[in-house]
Ligand binder design. Structure first.
Ligand code: GUN
Length: 295
């Protein structure tokens, strides 16, 4: 039976460190880091996520605010709001929750965020810096929160040294998870394959991976016999499915019980990657604030 990787505990430890450093920053400079999360429209999952982000921010002493904009907000109005937040020195971190309504051009919005305040690490300048760095994890960059959290969980199991030379398969090629995950693994000397919906022989490729990161958003798509014996499995999926009793529950992209019978270590859903993503956002907000203060 696999080791269950405790994302809640690892995230709590990171938040405790952020809280201590936020206190130190406040005592030294009088500045309280401030994060503004913009939510356009009413996507129900997004509403839950942004509320969690604001609540967790408050717990570590970061001023976290959710700004809710109506679903019919124009791209122009959103860009104008971002320009005002960019110009406001009391705001250190800006996050626009995705997905955006289809009318609004996502890339135009992400490019309108000041790269210094881009706590998601989605601005093309930050994406470029991440790919260009030989050791992105040690370069003091604003890195995308979910892949950063996945790397921290992998390090708890394997250590930095243990990652070196391993083979990884990243299942999913999104800008939010799959692509930056590949960049961070590569920067840790892992040999990386990125697979996606058009990849042939997917199960066979997964079975060869010593590290498997699943980020496709398909409930329990990865079966037990896709897992290499002794692999480390990171499940990024958060899928709500209906139960036979008429309720619902959260499952990952990996069939957990089947995979746990073969893996050396695996993240649960919930309680794995999810809490790390939020903790990394708070870490990025602290980092962004420090940089803006010239520290
Ligand atoms: N939607 C799902 N994941 C994320 C994320 O990490 N950042 C933002 N902004 N939106 C998301």
């Amino acid at each position: 039976m696999a080791q269950i990787i405790d994302g809640r505990a690892r995230a709590a430890a990171l938040r405790a460190r952020v809280a201590a450093e936020v206190t130190e920053l406040r005592q030294r400079t009088g500045v309280v880091p401030r994060l503004v999360v913009l939510l356009v429209g009413e996507d129900p999952a997004s509403r839950v996520y942004v509320r969690t982000k604001a609540r967790m921010a408050a717990e570590v002493g970061i001023e976290g605010e959710v700004e809710r904009l109506p679903a019919d907000t124009s791209e122009q109005a959103l860009l104008a709001r971002l320009a005002a937040l960019n110009a406001d020195p009391s705001v250190h971190g800006i996050l626009v929750q995705l997905p955006l309504p289809a009318r609004i051009r996502g890339p135009a919005v992400l490019e309108a965020i000041d790269p210094a305040k881009d706590v998601d690490g989605f601005h093309p300048l930050n994406v470029g810096r991440m790919w260009a760095a030989s050791r992105p994890l040690d370069a003091g960059l604003l890195l995308p929160c979910t892949p950063l959290g996945c790397m921290m969980l992998l390090e708890t199991v394997l250590g930095r040294e243990g990652l070196r030379g391993k083979s990884a398969l990243v299942l999913g090629r999104s800008n939010i998870v799959g692509k930056p995950m590949a960049a961070l693994l590569l920067g840790a000397d892992v040999t990386v394959t990125v697979a996606h919906s058009r990849t042939r022989d997917l199960a066979e490729r997964c079975r060869r991976a010593e590290i498997l990161v699943a980020a496709v958003g398909r409930p329990e798509m990865v079966r037990g016999d896709w897992i290499r014996e002794g692999a480390v499995v990171i499940d990024v999926g958060i899928n709500r499915i209906e139960t036979a009793e008429g309720g619902s529950r959260l499952v990952g992209d990996v069939a957990f019980a089947e995979a746990a019978a073969r893996a050396a270590a695996i993240t649960p859903v919930p309680g794995g990657v999810g809490p790390m993503t939020v903790a990394c956002l708070l870490y990025n907000t602290l980092l962004a604030a420090r940089r803006q203060l010239g520290l």
